[in-house]
Ligand binder design. Structure first.
Ligand code: GLA
Length: 391
């Protein structure tokens, strides 16, 4: 639904005007998957699809919310008693953000200490495909924080917004995700990808090569992070870090792994090898993008996919087929890999602009033939995040 329609819907539903609107983009990750929660490197971009949160303050402590893209049902809770909701799972992202805000507002170390919220009426809508690995949940959390920051004049910057969104997922929703998705939704920049060091949250930006289009191909295999193998992967990584008495895999090198090859389980060794090698590829892709070095872009994205498939084991057959199809078309003229958490979802490709329309036709036909599934293809632009200083 467009913003105009969402506004009208808000007026009808709540019989009042909107006081604040928050928007946050989804993200696509060019390289660096399953590295963020290992304090490693990632290279995502915020994209021109995202989530709107329309809001108006209430005089009581009630939160009313309707998500037009889910069940379009009014769901409510009281700020004094926020419980996990099994019936309306989407509402837990909203609940989790309020819980994280409450914790910050009662923490003397936080910039939000002493602030207070009243209840709100919320309408949520957008154009980001759900469960496709484009971070619809982070986009929702950050859009909500943008709306609340404006409504209640809260001193929230991009990093704090990302931390609050991540806390909502980790502590309330039950997904032990890293900070990449929320930080990209908050801090991304127009036309650029963001090299983020998840160890100290420093960023560097790189423009995407002029000759390449950013293409996202949805395999239409839905993914589910919570309760999936995601948390297991994280736990396996932590186990290896713990073995080496390091706070995270960032402090572990391939040499250290080699030295422990007879002491660590073979699966754990492969998990860690993925993370260590992926961090190197992130840095290399950053440089290859600066140099517009297409053969190197092709190689690095292919190597990242292989590592996620073989060592980290988060790809699926259909995604592998899709990547293979696109890779055969691009050769050394662009790159393609799975993107995000895995187990379905999307593939990201950097495709020569001159070949976009033929490539779209060919992917559609060949993916259908190979899997019987329809791919959805989005040609995207990198866009600014909700709390970005550089719009
Ligand atoms: C999900 C998580 C992120 C990140 C990716 C994998 O999107 O939310 O924090 O771990 O998976 O790179």
């Amino acid at each position: 639904m467009e913003l105009e329609q969402l506004n009208q819907r808000f007026n009808q539903l709540f019989s009042r005007q909107v006081d604040g609107v928050g928007y946050a983009p989804g993200r696509v990750n060019l390289i660096g998957d399953h590295t963020d929660y290992n304090q490693g490197l990632v290279l995502p971009a915020a994209i021109n699809m995202g989530t709107w949160v329309l809001a108006a303050k209430r005089s009581d402590k009630r939160v009313n919310m309707v998500a037009v893209d889910f069940d379009d049902t009014l769901v409510s809770f009281e700020l004094e008693q926020i419980l996990f909701d099994h019936q309306w799972p989407w509402s837990n992202y909203i609940r989790g953000v309020f819980v994280a805000l409450h914790a910050a507002m009662t923490n003397q170390q936080s910039a939000l200490f002493g602030r207070q919220l009243s209840g709100v009426d919320l309408l949520i809508g957008g154009n980001l495909p759900q469960g496709a690995g484009l971070s619809s949940s982070a986009s929702l959390e950050v859009a909500l924080l943008r709306a609340l920051a404006d409504l209640f004049q809260l001193p929230i910057d991009a990093v704090l917004a990302a931390q609050l969104g991540q806390a909502a997922e980790n502590q309330f929703v039950g997904c032990n995700c890293g900070i990449m998705d929320q930080l990209t939704a908050a801090m991304g920049r127009k036309s650029q990808a963001m090299l983020l060091d998840c160890h100290d949250l420093t960023t560097e930006f790189v423009s995407l090569p002029q000759s390449l289009a950013l293409m996202i191909i949805n395999s239409n295999i839905k993914r589910e992070l919570v309760g999936s193998e995601y948390n297991d992967r994280r736990q396996q990584c932590d186990q290896v870090a713990h073995y080496f008495r390091q706070p995270s895999l960032r402090g572990v090198t391939q040499q250290m792994l080699n030295g422990a090859s007879d002491k660590l389980d073979e699966t754990l060794l492969r998990r860690a090898r993925h993370v260590i090698s992926e961090n190197t590829r992130v840095q290399q892709l950053f440089t290859a993008l600066i140099d517009s070095d297409l053969p190197q872009i092709s190689r690095l994205m292919a190597a990242s996919h292989a590592s996620l498939r073989d060592d980290f084991e988060v790809s699926t057959k259909a995604i592998d087929q899709l990547v293979q199809i696109v890779h055969a078309m691009l050769g050394e003229g662009g790159g393609v890999r799975m993107t995000g958490g895995g187990f379905g979802g999307c593939v990201v490709a950097l495709v020569p602009k001159s070949r976009v329309s033929t490539i779209i036709d060919d992917i559609t036909a060949q993916y259908k033939q190979a899997t019987g599934l329809d791919a959805d293809i989005y040609l995207c632009r990198a866009q600014a995040g909700a709390f970005s200083q550089c719009k």
